[in-house]
Design a protein around this ligand. Structure first.
Ligand SMILES: Nc1ncnc2c1ncn2[C@@H]1O[C@H](COP(=O)(O)OP(=O)(O)O)[C@@H](O)[C@H]1O
Ligand SMILES: [Mg+2]
Length: 382
């Protein structure tokens, strides 16, 4: 299982220029998380801070008990080995074949023989759909292949955490979906913790278990995907719809006069661009048929159900609606019916019932129980 990453009160500035401050979030082990944010909000700086390439001014980033902000150089070196990083441009060595690029970390950081290295390299190239391309130079292949080669290289040291910077940059929407599918497939196979930073809305809506957004030097939100995808927060809504209509402006934020002038223009019928009212929670990308089930997704279901009572109603409803009837029975919840409500207030009987958080014992399942095979509640630590 991938490592958990606990980030607390992390702040980073360059001189007087604050990039972001007080970022607190936890990447749950083996789950896929996406961090959204307009260009220039410090997403790349965030990834570099997580692996200690940049030094945050305050806060913690704890992995397996080691705070990489404060630890010794030796510990940092050790902890960094847990990470696989896919940089924006793939960061391949232009004069080396894909084979040598992917073999590079093994030759640098391990004492493995060339025979062992060959086995690993070919396995990772196969995993990323690059079998047969090992002799190619980075300049001879497409942008999508370069990204996959970068991912293959990020995988050779068996990372527990995989960081990805803007996987869609330079790719068309179809190639972006293919690389997204690859992340889900790799996650299903190795159960590593993923953090992908991007401003791609499609990817954010369909790939992750958890979604966050950086804006105006702050982490606006971070949580289960359903929370952001059903959020009424203006910044989040505007971003997810890719519209001009909202607080995010041409370069950064808008002042109130600009906001009012634009509002009037849009109300008078000028198209605010973007996709018309993209709302709701689309189905999440699943591993390619034939691959194992995602353990991270399975654990997430239990985790999210334990925190369900803390989530906004729209997110709760969406989570409950995504469960099968068996799962709803297993967790003791049912979908709220909006039919027959008065004054917009749901009678208690129709509100999605929240599982009792004290009920942490696994449910005993009889041999003919329809819920057989479903993950039991994890015990303790709720
Ligand atoms: N090494 C650095 N020194 C000074 N400023 C930097 C450095 N790296 C990034 N920045 C600044 O940090 C801000 C955020 O950059 P970045 O993380 O690249 O944004 P994003 O990846 O979200 O587009 C930018 O204003 C950029 O100029
Ligand atoms: Mg960037």
């Amino acid at each position: 299982m991938g490592a958990e990453v606990v980030i607390e009160g992390l702040s980073k500035s360059f001189g007087k220029h604050t990039i972001w401050r007080d970022v607190t979030l936890t990447l749950p082990p083996g789950e896929v998380s996406v961090m959204l944010g307009p260009s220039g909000t410090g997403k790349s700086v965030f990834l570099k801070s997580m692996i200690g390439l940049l030094k945050p001014d305050r806060g913690k980033c704890v992995i397996n008990g080691v705070d990489i902000v404060r630890c010794s150089e030796r510990k940092l070196y050790e902890t960094r080995k847990l990470f696989g990083v896919l940089f924006q441009d793939g960061a391949l060595f232009g004069s080396m074949s894909l084979y040598d690029n992917v073999a590079f970390p093994l030759r640098e950081h391990t004492k493995k023989s060339e025979t062992e290295i060959r086995k690993i390299v070919l396995e990772k190239l196969d995993m990323t759909g690059l079998s047969g391309a090992e002799k190619k130079l980075p300049g001879e292949i497409s942008g999508g292949m370069r990204k996959r080669a970068g991912l293959a290289r990020a995988l050779v040291l068996d990372p527990e955490i995989i960081l990805v910077d803007e996987p869609d940059s330079g790719l068309d929407p179809v190639r972006t979906t293919y690389i997204s599918q690859l992340f889900i497939d790799v996650n299903a196979q190795i159960d590593a913790t993923f953090l992908i930073v991007t401003h791609n809305i499609n990817l954010a809506r369909t790939v992750p278990d958890n979604l966050g957004m950086l804006y105006r030097k702050e982490l606006v939100m971070f949580g289960p995907r359903e929370v952001l995808l059903t959020s009424e927060e203006p910044v989040v809504k505007q971003f997810l719809n890719g519209r001009m209509d909202g607080p995010i402006g041409m370069s950064e934020e808008k002042d109130s006069a600009t906001l009012a002038a634009e509002r009037a223009m849009f109300e008078a019928g000028h198209h605010a661009g973007g996709v018309e009212e993209v709302t709701g929670v689309p189905p999440q990308l699943q591993p390619t048929p034939g691959l194992p089930e995602r353990q991270g997704a399975r654990r997430r279901k239990d985790r999210v159900m334990r925190m369900l009572h803390t989530l906004p109603e729209a997110a709760r409803e969406s989570i409950i609606a995504s469960l099968s009837p068996e799962e709803q029975r297993h967790y003791g919840v049912h979908s709220a019916s909006l039919v027959g409500t008065q004054h917009g207030v749901l009678p208690t009987g129709d509100v999605a019932t929240i599982p009792d958080s004290s009920r942490t014992q696994p449910i005993e399942l009889g041999p003919n129980d329809a819920t057989r095979g479903l993950p039991p509640y994890e015990q303790g630590n709720s």
